[in-house]
Design a protein around this ligand. Structure first.
Ligand SMILES: Nc1ncnc2c1ncn2[C@@H]1O[C@H](COP(=O)(O)OP(=O)(O)OP(=O)(O)O)[C@@H](O)[C@H]1O
Ligand SMILES: [Zn+2]
Ligand SMILES: [Zn+2]
Length: 806
């Protein structure tokens, strides 16, 4: 038998299956989807078996070295999806498979230096001989650390064929184990055996008695026994030595969300909720794949609909995937699913370390759980019998992965939904234009929830014109109205949420005399000021320097920090409202694991009056005493050179507004803006999604943007601008030749950020309606320039359906 193996090397030349012989001993255990170790040139690599066959045309084939897993890690479905992803996103097949598995399963390779010619080593390289006294070889990393002075000689010895380097697969599985002991006899027999061996050791008897009294025949952790029986490790050890017990390392799972959930039961649905749920249940029962777009205002009870759909799926013995944006994946969110489905729920998100993620993945793979709640990559959960896939906040751009494979979780979900004949649910208060347009055309099923469950009206919104404030002499970042309302909340003991769409102390530094902006020497982007360290930093490459006090260009002292960050707002608040207790949440204050939850819990307990934060507080917050939501710079995003910036602004303002007055107390929202007449601002304040949709669609149509056209983006980068531009120009003319005359080709142009990490960038955008040849042509482009990637330092990325256009 022959195995076709995709090896773990993301290169054009290796982006195809290689044939390997299967040794007799392994014949009965090899399967498609299994990981194996194979020889590849001089080294060993991990690979995936993607097919088995009887014969091969290859003349000299090598055998598989060993197998890595005891059961396949890729199901038939995932194997099929790998090929599809590679075609759709133009990635290597291996990259697709790697994206489906937890990072802990990625192989590490160790470089080991072995002796090839012992005689010559002792004569010609005698100074190295002491390093290679064992025949096992020495790890390169260790030599580098401990004997850097020898490296040069070692390299020479390798060239002289005296030493040889070999790759070794280092497959650390990051599996956590505990030491356990298991009785080899039970009940009476255990007592008898103990007595036969003397039986007078009192401490040992306590342990034996514990097992007998509680009729335990299973293995128990040593640490647990030490605590319950009040004995030492040595006592247990003697019992093991006496062969009354055997001990071994048992696999255990780490549980990052340990707290016990309060069980909840299904709620009586409102009429709107029931009307939304019914067609979903129908699809579940009839095993039909359709995509349902649930457009429900904030607080309309979408989550309860998800929960009841999942319940039906579980009753049919099937499994469910729920995707939630990373920042909404809070303990409260997980609680809602654990509360209903208890131990059936696994959680996958980036806050877990590698080992924890791997544990959750194994629970899914072994069928020990049937619901997974997770961020983007959870869409690959290796379930075999999927009954539903739910994507909450479907408009979130974090569902698109911004590195290879550049997939969108929505597309993967639909692929899986078709494969399993099960429904896919997209939920949002502000659906993406793409999804809503598909629902309007009848491609997706549309369900609308227009009322909050508790019948509370949407909170009233006031827009404050900040230009007017300035004209009337208010130079602070708070309007008088917002200040008054904050004071009111303080007086009444209620809480406020302040939202700012910026990070750091201020965005950029500019000279007021000559207009010079301090920029990164390696990237064409302005540096960000960080107050605490008094430094300016580049967010792209990490470059930093001490903040200037004089303009580097004209020497003026009038150099100022523009824009406002959360830190600056916090300082202003302490001056203006000294009695207010403020919690600030942004990327900087929540870097520590668990900080996010701690802040939210503290705010929930009423330990602060004002919660000030960025994006991360826009979602999912649900606090009873919050009666005021303030948005400081509503239009900060409107200026970004991105055709989605209007849509993103509308979504954000709607989400933030949804945080107020969700319970008994009435809430209100204040939006401060320099563009108070912009429809993204006015329509968000009126909670009018439909009108926003129509206006925005009109603008997209006029400029040939999605959802009227598809987009693809080719980015060429090189140290030399001329080279990048030259290659981009050639690509454009090739595309012009190969695509239909309906495709619109823009570029090559230098994007808004024209240089990153000293590499110039040149882009070409393709707008098209139907170009069946596009992926093939783009693949040819990538193949054609392959040699130039490593040789000339060129890089080309292709992003089908891009979300980052800078
Ligand atoms: N049928 C119901 N009867 C009573 N309470 C309900 C019902 N459905 C949902 N709720 C409650 O209403 C609140 C809001 O519901 P939920 O969070 O599901 O809304 P949502 O649409 O997901 O909101 P958002 O988009 O703001 O996250 C929750 O506290 C939920 O428990
Ligand atoms: Zn930089
Ligand atoms: Zn200047």
């Amino acid at each position: 038998m022959i195995a076709e193996v995709i090896v773990d090397l993301a290169l054009n030349q290796t982006d195809k299956p290689f044939d390997y012989a299967i040794p007799k001993a392994l014949e009965s255990v090899v399967e498609r989807g299994l990981r194996v170790v194979v020889p590849f040139g001089p080294r060993k690599l991990i690979g995936f078996i993607i097919a088995l066959k009887a014969t091969t045309d290859v003349e000299k084939i090598k055998p598989i070295d060993s197998i890595v897993d005891d059961s396949p890690v890729l199901t038939e479905e995932l194997l099929k999806m790998g090929k599809w992803l590679a075609r759709q996103t133009l990635c290597y097949e291996i990259s697709a498979y790697q994206a489906m598995l937890p990072a802990a399963m990625k192989a590490n390779y160790k470089k080991i230096i072995h002796v090839k010619d012992d005689k010559k080593l002792k004569t010609q390289f005698s100074e190295l001989a002491f390093l290679f006294s064992t025949d096992k070889g020495v790890e390169w990393a260790r030599l580098q650390k401990e004997h850097p002075e020898c490296l040069k000689a070692i390299k020479t010895a390798i060239q002289a064929d005296v030493l040889i380097e070999k790759q070794q697969v280092d497959q650390k599985q990051a599996i956590k184990t505990v030491k356990v002991m298991e009785p080899l006899y039970t009940g009476e027999e255990l007592a008898k055996q103990f007595n036969l061996l003397g039986g007078q050791a009192k401490k040992q008897y306590a342990v034996v008695k514990y097992f007998i009294d509680h009729e335990i025949s299973a293995a128990l952790p040593l640490t647990e026994l030490m605590a319950t029986c009040q004995v030492s490790r040595a006592t247990l050890q003697s019992l093991i030595e006496k062969k009354l017990f055997r001990s071994y390392d048992k696999e255990v799972y780490r549980d990052p969300f340990k707290q016990v959930s309060q069980p909840t039961s299904p709620l009586q649905l409102t009429e709107e909720q029931q009307r939304t749920l019914d067609p979903i249940l129908q699809d579940v029962n009839e095993k039909r794949h359709r995509v349902h777009l649930v457009h429900g205002v904030t607080g309309s009870g979408k989550t309860e609909i998800y929960l009841q759909s999942i319940q039906q799926v579980l009753e049919q013995g099937k499994e469910a995937i729920v995707l939630v944006p990373e920042i909404s994946l809070t303990p409260q969110m997980v609680e809602r699913f654990r509360g209903r489905f208890g131990g059936e729920v696994a959680v996958l998100h980036s806050g877990l370390n590698r080992g924890e993620k791997h544990d959750e993945w194994r629970k899914i793979h072994r069928g020990e759980v049937r619901v997974v709640v997770g961020a983007r990559s959870a869409v690959f959960a290796p379930f075999k019998n999927l009954g539903i896939i739910i994507i909450d906040e479907e408009h979130e751009t974090s569902y698109k992965q911004e590195e290879s494979p550049r997939y969108h979780a929505r597309e993967v979900a639909i692929f899986r939904g078709e494969f399993h004949h099960c429904p896919v649910i997209l939920g949002s208060a502000t659906p993406s234009l793409e999804s809503y347009a598909r629902a309007q055309k009848g491609v997706y099923q549309l369900a609308t929830l227009s009322e909050r469950v508790n019948q509370k009206p949407m909170p009233p919104v006031t827009i404050v014109d900040m230009r007017e404030e300035l004209r009337e002499g208010n130079r602070s970042m708070f309007s008088r109205e917002l200040m008054e309302k904050l004071q009111e909340r303080l007086d009444r003991g209620e809480q406020s949420v302040l939202f700012l769409n910026r990070r750091g102390y201020s965005t950029f530094i500019m000279c007021r005399d000559c207009g010079h902006v301090v920029t990164c020497p390696h990237c064409d982007i302005s540096l960000t000021f960080h107050r605490k360290q008094n430094k300016v930093k580049c967010h792209y490459c990490g470059y930093e320097e001490v903040a200037p006090t004089l303009c580097p260009s004209c020497g003026s002292e009038h150099i100022r920090f523009f824009g406002s960050g959360t830190q600056k707002v916090e300082e202003a608040l302490t001056t203006l409202l000294p009695e207010a207790r403020v919690i600030r949440m942004d990327v900087d204050t929540t870097r520590k694991k668990g900080a996010h939850e701690q802040f939210l819990r503290a705010f929930g307990r009423g330990e602060a009056d004002i919660l000030l934060g960025t994006q991360m507080i826009a979602k999912g917050l649900d606090f009873e005493k919050v009666t005021l939501v303030g948005v400081l710079a509503a239009d900060a995003m409107l200026h970004l050179p991105d055709f989605r910036s209007t849509e993103k602004t509308f979504q954000l303002l709607t989400q933030v507004g949804g945080r107020a007055g969700r319970h008994k107390l009435d809430g209100e929202v204040v939006i401060q803006s320099y563009m108070p007449d912009h429809y993204a601002v006015t329509l968000a304040s009126e909670h009018d999604y439909l009108q926003f949709y129509q206006k925005e669609m009109f603008s997209r149509k006029r400029h040939n943007y999605p959802p009227f056209y598809y987009l693809s983006l080719v980015t060429v980068t090189h140290e030399s601008f001329a080279k990048a531009s030259d290659v981009a120009t050639k690509i454009v003319s090739l595309l012009k030749r190969e695509l239909s005359n309906q495709a619109i080709l823009l570029g090559p142009v230098a994007p808004p950020i024209a240089r990153i990490k000293d590499r110039y960038r040149c882009q070409c955008m393709i707008k098209y309606k139907n170009e069946p040849q596009l992926n093939r042509v783009l693949k040819e482009v990538l193949d054609h320039y392959q040699h130039a990637f490593s040789k000339e330092g060129l890089s080309i990325t292709v992003d089908i359906d891009p979300y980052i256009l800078m």
